[in-house]
Design a protein around this ligand. Structure first.
Ligand SMILES: [Zn+2]
Length: 157
């Protein structure tokens, strides 16, 4: 009985520690993100990152993708990109650039959800590198070039 309780306490402490790591990592990326935003847009962006229910979750989703899924954080985020999130509460970072991997916002379809054809495509080309954008383009391209390389890397058994 005691042993089981100790185990639970240990697991709880581990959980607590990783939550703290998670949180500090999140705040660290938020800060880097804000530094990349044009200074006059910074207060509005900071407010949206702090309050989940303030003006849509698109910016938080984007920072989450940067924090947990390795999405690109550009050194300077184009103002036009931020502006979309500030004016469209439904904008979500669902498309990416084939060339550099930048996530760009679209307004998802109300009927088909995130996987359907978006209601509004704000950036058919990337505001950073002008490559085309779309759903999973960068990921697909990366995955395909890895597929081509992998057979060569595989050692015979
Ligand atoms: Zn790009």
């Amino acid at each position: 009985m005691i042993e089981a309780k100790q185990k639970r306490v240990k697991a709880f402490n581990l959980q607590k520690k990783s939550n703290q790591d998670f949180e500090s990592h999140w705040f660290e990326i938020c800060e880097q993100f804000l530094n990349a935003v044009a200074s006059r847009q910074r207060p509005a962006v900071a407010a949206r990152l702090k309050q989940p229910n303030n003006g849509g979750s698109g910016l938080r989703d984007w920072v989450a993708a940067i924090t947990w899924r390795g999405a690109l954080l550009p050194e300077r985020i184009p103002e036009s990109l931020i502006q979309v999130y500030l004016t469209d509460p439904e904008a979500a970072p669902l498309h990416d650039c084939e060339g550099c991997g930048l996530l760009v916002p679209v307004r998802p379809s109300r009927f088909d959800g995130w996987d359907g054809e978006p209601e509004e495509v704000y950036f058919p080309t990337c505001p950073l590198c002008e490559s085309r954008t779309g759903q999973y383009l960068y990921f697909t391209k990366k995955h395909e070039s890895e597929k081509k390389i992998n057979p060569l890397r595989r050692r015979p058994r």
